[in-house]
Design a protein around this ligand. Sequence first.
Ligand code: CO
Ligand code: ZN
Length: 333
Amino acid sequence: MKTLIRKMCQTFGPSGNEEQIREAIIGEIKDVVDEYRIDALGNLITVRRPRDGNGQRVMLAAHMDEIGVIVTHVDDDGFLRFAPIGGVLTTALIGARVVFANGVEGTFGVEGKPLPTSNPDAHSIFLDVGAASQDDVPVSVGDAAAFRHQFADQGGRLIAQNFDDRIGCAVLIEALRGLADTPHEVYGVFTVQEEVGLRGATTSAFGIAPDVAIAIDVTATGDTPEAHPMAVALDEGPAIKVKDRGMLAHPGVKRLLVETAQEHEIPYQLEVLEFGSTDARAIQVTREGVPAGVVSIPTRYLHTPSQMVAYADVQHCVQLLTALLSYQIELAS
Ligand code: CO
Ligand code: ZN
């Protein structure tokens, strides 16, 4: 699975620019699903039909997009100004590298002192793609760039710039691959524009009208020095969401995930995240409402260009989802 994870993480796709990552996912999944389509916003909607079906319409969602920056201005000397795409941390920009769709790379500088010693103001940061003048700049206003850093496999722990949410994409692909049989009509949806407001999940969930939905996304941990208290740690298993800032998970979905983990002896932890949200928030409130929950991959250093996950957690997330889809779903609330 590490080859798949590496491929997901090294493919370009900031919000609104998901073409390359979508093609990569189609290549991985087209032989596993019964059909797939791309909707008007760019969501990749795959369908796996039941072999003998009296199950439900289950939507699993992982977002394809990643955070990045978009060019707003090019000056006479060839320096670029930019706006964030999604929750970009100003503190994480200095020393970071970004790449555009055409392969051009850039690095960041700060106005004033050659070595910024305090937290720079966002507007004092510029992007340098190595151009000598405005005419020499190989990208344009409106072009988006994603962070680019090397993928690291350290055995039990992995580091990449965009586990949010390429690790969720890898988990969803692998869960669908491992599914021997299912009574359900399973919609594996790779959504667009999550990082700018859950937009792909909003339209895809409305179109699919699922009976039950689960988002697969990253969550924070409380296992680093002086961390804000949070009862989630690497290597302790999938985090089953109870609450984040955008949603309360449906109690029946939460309970179903917990019971499935217990029955299959898959380690798990309960997640209460005090910030952020996921596609499940948009899915939960579509139409007349959809019972929704989240399986989260515990991730350190979210929204920085060097995020860390535990490989065992990733594998346990796959096992949990495959187990869940293999049986009838009863949702007592
Ligand atoms: Co995110
Ligand atoms: Zn995410």
